[in-house]
Design a protein around this ligand. Structure first.
Ligand code: GN1
Ligand code: MG
Length: 369
């Protein structure tokens, strides 16, 4: 790391954790819209990941830490059974601070430390169908492994996080309060969003009535949250567990569809090129269903065809609301960044909506094989 003041600050924070103090350097990890993350190097090797938790988004570090410890313990037990020869690279291990807490409270914020997964790599944008297959398998295995944990033991970290109707209400409020210039930009996308939300009403109803069962799911199952072995590119484990909480499998499957089946970044402005690649979708469905189909109910399997529409739409609504609110939630690189993300995700939601029949038959084909 170039900046000696930052290194000094991070070293001060690291001195509150029971790790060797011979840190050679730290380097920022430039992914994620919410927390600030750094690699921590001992000699030439990245051995830990240090993170400052975004307090605006996660105001309760106690519950967050307790959740993570429980998830980690559950994944550890599962990995030791499932992958006895390579279990250490299959789950995130949190390191308690010297005072035994799940995080360290410093004037600069709440910091936590975890063990880095060795010889791993992640991808922001999908490069081939095998990656989608592997990531699908990882997120499918993940919720099955966590079904050993009683749901009520995990505290929801963000209220109504993936509740589409509530996000639609928030978006309408943001729209009403915005200035005219922003309203003009947002208006056509609001219309599309509303149409898609209405179309998804039966799925929302299946959640509200309890027809769709709740599971402990990841809730941020995008490609960049899956780690792969650096050499073989086989899936290793999933990361970024802050929003792991009760929800529906369609949240995770939908996040995978939106982040893997279209080979463009979530903020790409090449709207004409945004569409779901069916070969990648099939590979993703195969990986996911191989890992968890036997645990899914018929209605859950049915819901997967709409999962991508649902999750692209909810991201589109959240990005658009943040644009209208003055970019207070997501990190942005330029003023219209959230608007570009919203356009991208709503365009993708429209494409996925137009393909739902095709997605359904592909899913059925995979199940029957
Ligand atoms: C945020 O921090 P990051 O990039 O993993 C967001 C997710 C969105 C995602 C969009 C707590 O995740 O809900 O899917 O951005 N996390 C939170 O890429 O809001
Ligand atoms: Mg996240």
């Amino acid at each position: 790391m170039q900046n000696p003041f930052l290194l000094k600050k991070l070293q001060d924070i690291l001195s509150h954790f029971p790790i060797p103090q011979s840190i050679s350097h730290c380097a920022p990890i430039h992914v994620g819209h919410i927390n600030d993350s750094y690699w921590v190097y001992l000699e030439q090797q990245a051995v830990y990941v240090l993170q400052r938790i975004n307090e605006g988004v996660f105001p309760d570090p106690e519950s967050l830490g307790t959740n993570l410890q429980q998830l980690s313990a559950c994944m550890k037990a599962w990995s030791e059974r499932q992958y006895p020869l390579d279990h250490k690279r299959r789950y995130l291990q949190m390191i308690r601070s010297n005072s035994g807490k799940n995080y360290h409270q410093a004037p600069s914020g709440n910091w936590r430390l975890m063990v880095a997964i060795q010889d791993s790599i992640s991808f922001d944008v999908v490069e081939n169908a095998d990656q989608a297959y592997e990531a699908g398998r990882l997120f499918g295995e993940f919720w099955v492994a966590l079904s050993a944990l009683p749901r009520e033991q995990i505290v929801p970290t963000i209220h109504r996080f993936h509740d589409l109707s509530w996000r639609w209400e928030q978006l309408q409020e943001a729209f009403s309060a915005a200035d005219d210039a922003k309203k003009m930009q947002a208006e056509p996308w609001m219309k599309d969003a509303e149409g898609l939300w209405r179309h998804l009403a039966p799925t929302i109803e299946a959640m509200e009535s309890g027809a769709l069962p709740q599971r402990i799911v990841h809730n941020d199952a995008k490609l960049s949250n899956a780690l792969f072995d650096k050499n073989t590119h086989k899936g290793l484990c999933v990361i970024d567990l802050d929003t792991v909480m009760p929800g529906y499998v369609l949240y995770d499957f939908g996040d995978m569809v939106r982040s893997m089946c279209c080979p463009l970044a979530e903020d790409s402005t090449a709207l004409d090129e945004l569409s779901c690649d069916m070969q990648t979708f099939e590979a993703l469905a195969k990986g996911y269903l191989e890992a968890c189909a036997t645990e899914l109910t018929a209605i859950e399997i049915q819901s997967l065809a709409q999962a991508g529409t649902y999750m692209s739409l909810i991201m589109g609504m959240r990005f658009l609301a943040d644009y209208l609110n003055g970019n207070r939630y997501y990190k942005t690189a330029y003023p219209d960044h959230n608007l570009d993300r919203a356009r991208n995700q709503i365009t993708l939601a429209l494409d996925l909506h137009s393909r739902e029949k095709q997605l359904h038959s592909t899913l059925q084909g995979v199940i029957q094989k």
